[in-house]
Write a new protein. Structure first.
Length: 219
């Protein structure tokens, strides 16, 4: 037993911190014992304490902000969060119901299409201070497009404002956005009015059958 202790103790600072004297191994009580600690304290010897370094785990939360229209990343935020917060279930929280804009149906629906003119002389009901403004307040004075989408007048109780639609009519396929409405449209549940550049084009368009599917429903 003493031989085993003798092989270990030289590694545990076997000299007195005060006197520098060599301490005989057989004078130090066996390990562990209260007497050993008292002995070390009495002779000014500080025992070596081995500490174990454990792996530090850092939990991070990344929040990405995306432009709803362009789908481009606007900003990314990364922050550290406590392990308990990361692993613990959210208390008192319920799953939020999906917003209407998130409920998208790819099923094609048939609609009747007409066209209305963007010409100032034909848009008196939409003119504000010399500008042509849609029912949703979008300035479309200079274009029949909004953010790259064709402008559509709809019955908002049927097709919510802000909806992006994939449209197929008159042998053409394009994407349009529901930004406008009108008296003739509000009285119908199956009609969409397509904004065109002038009266002649609107008259020539007439009434046509087409179909739509939702890319995005509502804002």
């Amino acid at each position: 037993m003493l031989a085993a202790i003798a092989s270990i103790l030289p590694l545990l600072m076997p000299f007195s911190a005060d006197q520098g004297e060599c301490i005989k191994v057989n004078e130090i009580p066996p390990i562990p014992s209260v007497a050993r600690e008292e002995y070390l304290t009495e002779h000014g010897i500080t025992p070596i304490i081995k500490t174990e370094v454990k792996e530090k785990v850092v939990y991070k939360e990344r929040v990405v902000y995306v432009d709803r229209d362009t789908k481009e990343t606007v900003k990314t935020e990364v922050k550290d969060i406590p392990k308990k917060e990361y692993e613990a279930p959210k208390q008192g929280t319920k799953a939020e119901p999906k917003k209407e804009s998130q409920t998208v149906s790819n099923q094609s629906q048939n609609f009747e299409f007409t066209a209305y003119s963007h010409e100032p002389s034909e848009a008196q009901s939409h003119r504000y201070n010399g500008k042509i403004v849609t029912a949703t307040g979008k300035d479309v004075t200079d274009s029949i497009y909004y953010q790259g989408y064709r402008i559509l007048a709809v019955n908002p109780s049927v097709i919510p404002y802000g909806s992006i639609l994939s449209v197929s009519v008159n042998g053409q396929s394009f994407k349009g956005i529901a930004l406008d409405t009108g008296g003739a449209i509000l009285s119908r549940s199956n009609r969409i009015d397509l904004m065109v550049t002038d009266t002649n084009e609107a008259m020539g368009f007439g009434v046509q059958q087409g179909n739509i599917s939702y890319v995005r429903k509502g804002w």
